[in-house]
Design a protein around this ligand. Structure first.
Ligand SMILES: C[S@@+](CC[C@H](N)C(=O)[O-])C[C@H]1O[C@@H](n2cnc3c(N)ncnc32)[C@H](O)[C@@H]1O
Length: 300
């Protein structure tokens, strides 16, 4: 049994259940090198850095929900946080995050938990590591987290967690699928016809099995999708949901967190040569149907 799952059963922390990411933990890292992920990272860095460096209270604390292997959790330290907590529903992802962060153990705490459940963070955490109990965070990030909500009601539960963990005036920054906010039609036209294997091979990922949600809490609110990241040595594949923008706006307001701002996303060309390793025209097709949006919500 892995350390994390072992610890959870001992402490009675949020029950650890197997997730689709448990078979991905060891092979996920190459995904963070994909061109589109690099573009996401540069955008997030430029948005989050001023939020962290302008905090007047010290130490500056950040929470990274759905932290996966801790790529952004570690980046938050580089971008100005003093203490960071990373959490994820998958034991295997958290195990990998810990392994890759041993040099940062005084600044990062990881734990396993479902961020859409009310007991978050769990009262007791992994052995040997304590969470900053009762402390709220200046910034919460959820990079490709909210696409695991299968309905606006489920989204609301994620936003409630975020709200409970943010200081008043603090910000949540999230990366979410770009489905053109409210109109679901472009999703079918753009994503199904253009983001097929051919585009996936250029930009590193593809989307398939786009199925409208017709039953349950999320009926009529969007699509379930299957994503494949075409990385070596093994493709990374998972299922998630693309809900329409109205669901996000409604859930954020109803949770009490606040109003969503849909932030402007910069193209690769706007990063002063940072993407110079890509050929001219590489991003041309991508511009019209970018895969992600970035949202900010300031806690009221
Ligand atoms: C695509 S990965 C992104 C990981 C990381 N944020 C990054 O960008 O490198 C999505 C992560 O969300 C996690 N996840 C899915 N549902 C979750 C939930 N309800 N609570 C916490 N984490 C969740 C998965 O286990 C997985 O590690």
């Amino acid at each position: 049994m892995s350390k994390a799952s072992d610890d959870s059963s001992i402490t009675g922390a949020a029950k650890v259940v197997p997730t689709q990411y448990d078979s991905i933990g060891q092979t996920y890292t190459p995904v963070t090198y994909l061109p589109t992920v690099r573009l996401t990272t540069s955008n997030i860095r430029d948005i989050v850095t001023p939020l962290l460096t302008s905090c007047s209270s010290k130490p500056v604390r950040a929470l990274d929900i759905a932290c996966g292997t801790g790529f952004y959790t570690r980046s938050l330290l580089e971008w100005g946080a003093d203490l960071v907590v990373g959490s994820d529903i998958s034991t295997s992802m958290v195990d990998t995050a810990r392994t890759q962060s041993t040099h940062l153990q005084n600044s990062i705490t990881y734990f396993v938990a479902d961020a859409s459940l009310p007991a978050f963070p769990p009262k007791e955490t992994m052995a040997g590591q304590t969470l900053p109990k009762g402390e709220l965070f200046d910034v919460v990030t959820g990079i490709w987290c909210l696409n695991y909500a299968s309905s606006s009601a489920h989204l609301k539960r994620f936003f409630t967690t975020i709200s409970q963990n943010l200081k008043p005036g603090g910000s949540f920054i999230g990366v979410v699928p770009n489905i053109h906010t409210t109109d679901l039609k472009p999703l079918n036209e753009v994503w199904i016809e253009e983001l097929t294997v051919e585009r996936g091979l250029i930009y590193g990922y593809s989307i398939s099995k786009v199925i409208p949600i017709t039953e349950g809490e999320g009926a009529g609110e969007g699509y379930s999708v299957h994503i494949t990241a075409h990385v070596q040595p093994k493709p990374v594949e998972f299922d998630c949901y693309f809900l329409n923008g109205e669901c996000f706006e409604k859930a954020a307001l109803e949770s009490g967190l606040g109003k969503i701002e849909w932030l402007e996303v910069k193209d690769a060309a706007e990063f002063n040569g940072e993407f110079g390793d890509f050929s001219d025209g590489f991003w041309d097709t991508y511009k019209g149907s970018r895969s992600f949006n970035i949202i900010r919500i300031r806690k009221q």
